[in-house]
Write a protein that binds this ligand. Structure first.
Ligand SMILES: C[S@@+](CC[C@H](N)C(=O)[O-])C[C@H]1O[C@@H](n2cnc3c(N)ncnc32)[C@H](O)[C@@H]1O
Length: 259
C-alpha cells in the first residue's frame, strides 16, 4: 500500500487531542494556537490571489533539483494553475504557521521554497518581522515578486538560486533565526543538510517546521531523524507538517496531534 495512506491511517489511530496533554507548554500551544483557527479573516486578500493563480493558463519554467545539483537540474514548463493546485501549502497550514509566529514572537523568519509566495505572505503578516525566502526557479520567483508588490509586502526578501548554495552563503552572515519553514527539495539528504545548518542559527525559543513529512519514505526518514536530534526537545506531528522545539528545560517528547 502507498506510504502516504499507511502513514495517514497510522497517524489517525495514534493521534490524540488536548485531553491527553499534560505539559503546560504543549497544552497552551495546542489549545490556543494550533486548534484555535482565529486568524482566517486576516488573509482574505492573499486567498483572492490564490483563486486568480488557479485560473491562470500561462506556464512557468520549473527547476527539478531532484537529488542532484543545479548543474544537472531539469527544466520543464508547468502551468501556473497546476502548481497552485498541487504544489503550495494549504491555507489551513499557512494560517497555522502565522499563528506559530504569533506564539513565539518570531522576528527573523526564513522559508525554503517560495513558489508563488502565498505562504511567504502569511509568514510576513506582521510588519515588524523580516522574512527571507529562497527559490530556485526564476520564472516562479517573478510571479512571487509580483505578488509581494501587489500586496505591498516590504518585509520580504527573496533569494534566487539553488538553496544548496544560497543557504550556506546566507547563514554565514550569522543571522539569528526565530522561525524556519522547510518546504523545498523533498529529499532525505538535502532536508537533513538544511535542518542541520539552520539550527546552528536558532535558539531555545525558535521553532522549525518541516512540510510534507509523510510525502515519501525519504521525508519520513528525515522527520524521524530530526525528531531524534539531540538538540530537539519537543516535537509535534500534525501529519501534514512536523514542528520541532529546542527548549532545553523540557523532557524530550513527541506528540501526534489532531489537526
Ligand atoms: C513545495 S514548493 C514551495 C511552496 C511554498 N512554500 C508554499 O507553501 O506555498 C517548493 C519550491 O521549492 C523550490 N525548490 C526546490 N528545490 C530547490 C532548491 N534546491 N533550490 C531552490 N529552490 C528549490 C521549487 O522551485 C518550488 O518552487
Amino acid at each position: 500500500m502507498n506510504h502516504q495512506i499507511i502513514s495517514y491511517v497510522n497517524h489517525w489511530l495514534n493521534e490524540v487531542n488536548s485531553h491527553s496533554l499534560q505539559a503546560p507548554f504543549i497544552y497552551n500551544l495546542y489549545t490556543k494556537f494550533i486548534q484555535k483557527d482565529f486568524n482566517k479573516s486576516h488573509f482574505e486578500s492573499i486567498e483572492k490571489t490564490r483563486v486568480k493563480l488557479l485560473n491562470e493558463d500561462f506556464s512557468v519554467k520549473t527547476v527539478n533539483y531532484g537529488a542532484t545539483s543545479i548543474v544537472h537540474a531539469n527544466l520543464q514548463q508547468t502551468r501556473v494553475s497546476t502548481i497552485t493546485k498541487k504544489g503550495l501549502s494549504s491555507a489551513k497550514v499557512s494560517r497555522l504557521l502565522a499563528r506559530l509566529i504569533e506564539f513565539n514572537g518570531a522576528k527573523n523568519i526564513i522559508e525554503l521554497g517560495t513558489s508563488f509566495g502565498l505562504n511567504t505572505m502569511y509568514l510576513a503578516h506582521k510588519k515588524d518581522t523580516s522574512v527571507i525566502t529562497f527559490e530556485g526557479s526564476e520564472d516562479i520567483a517573478n510571479v512571487a515578486l509580483t505578488n509581494f508588490e501587489h500586496h505591498q509586502k516590504s518585509n520580504i526578501e527573496l533569494i534566487l538560486g539553488n538553496i544548496d548554495k544560497t543557504l550556506p552563503e546566507f547563514l554565514n552572515a550569522r543571522i539569528r533565526i526565530d522561525f524556519a519553514y522547510i518546504d523545498a527539495n523533498h529529499r532525505y539528504k538535502p532536508t537533513i543538510r538544511y535542518f542541520e545548518s539552520i539550527i546552528k542559527r536558532m535558539h531555545k525559543d525558535s521553532i522549525l517546521v518541516l512540510d510534507d513529512i509523510y510525502w515519501s519514505k525519504e521525508m519520513t526518514q528525515a522527520w524521524n531523524e530530526i525528531k531524534a536530534h539531540p538538540e530537539v526537545t519537543h516535537s509535534i506531528d500534525l501529519f501534514s507538517v512536523g514542528i520541532v522545539f529546542f527548549q532545553p528545560d523540557l523532557v524530550k517528547t513527541n506528540y501526534r496531534l489532531m489537526f
